[in-house]
Design a protein around this ligand. Structure first.
Ligand SMILES: [Zn+2]
Length: 217
């Protein structure tokens, strides 16, 4: 039975990888790294450095997961009402929310094409931006052969099935809730050390939070 939390570092891209590298070097944990493959208008020198960094992280034992395509919704896609609400709640980051099968497949294809250019080997798994995926997206990811898929409350692994998991993330929360979530995380980790049957905790960090609490991990 797993007995350690999962550490997830989200939203790593061509613009922030150098700063995140410094944080990971000082961390005692092996993080699952959620990589946004879209390189935008990065210069070839910066893009090349990003590629090298991804390879270096792999060599250091970090797992690289594909985290959407742009992490920013393409508003030309038609979306369900749920998808439109998800876009409002996430400031337009939930790019897979509410898409039909055809558009989900198209966007996943774009994400995979961008990933191939990174030359980082096969991604360890797929996690949709802001955890807004769908059953359709999950099926597509399985068809593509992903070994892992993450949603807000479940971690799926090929061969093991889905495992319930509690994420601790303060992304986008108002200041007073950040302290509350951090407090709950602390208490839950203590409980989990004793009661191993509890759902596995996921410690989730985003680049923006490392500015506020750089020494937390
Ligand atoms: Zn994200």
């Amino acid at each position: 039975m797993p007995c350690s939390p999962v550490y997830e570092f989200h939203d790593i891209n061509v613009e922030n990888f150098a700063d995140i590298s410094k944080i990971l070097n000082d961390s005692a944990h092996k993080w699952n790294l959620m990589i946004i493959p879209f390189a935008g208008g990065a210069s070839s020198a910066v893009f090349s450095a990003f590629r090298k960094q991804l390879q270096a992280w792999k060599n250091q034992g970090f797992s690289l997961h594909l985290h959407g395509y742009r992490h920013r919704a393409n508003l030309e896609f038609k979306r369900s009402l749920f998808g439109k609400i998800a876009l409002c709640l996430t400031g337009g980051e939930a790019e897979f929310a509410g898409l039909d099968k055809k558009d989900s497949a198209e966007l996943l294809g774009e994400a995979l094409n961008a990933w191939q250019i990174l030359q980082a080997g096969e991604p360890s798994g797929f996690v949709p931006p802001a955890w807004y995926g769908s059953k359709t997206l999950f099926s597509l990811c399985k068809e593509h052969g992903f070994e892992n898929y993450g949603s807000r409350f479940f971690m799926w692994k090929n061969g093991n099935g889905a495992e319930l998991s509690i994420p601790f993330s303060v992304a986008g929360l108002p200041f007073f809730l950040v302290h509350l979530v951090n407090f709950c995380e602390k208490i839950y980790l203590r409980l989990y050390r004793v009661f191993k049957f509890l759902p596995r905790p996921r410690i989730v960090l985003h680049p923006i939070e490392t500015v506020a609490t750089p020494a937390k991990y």
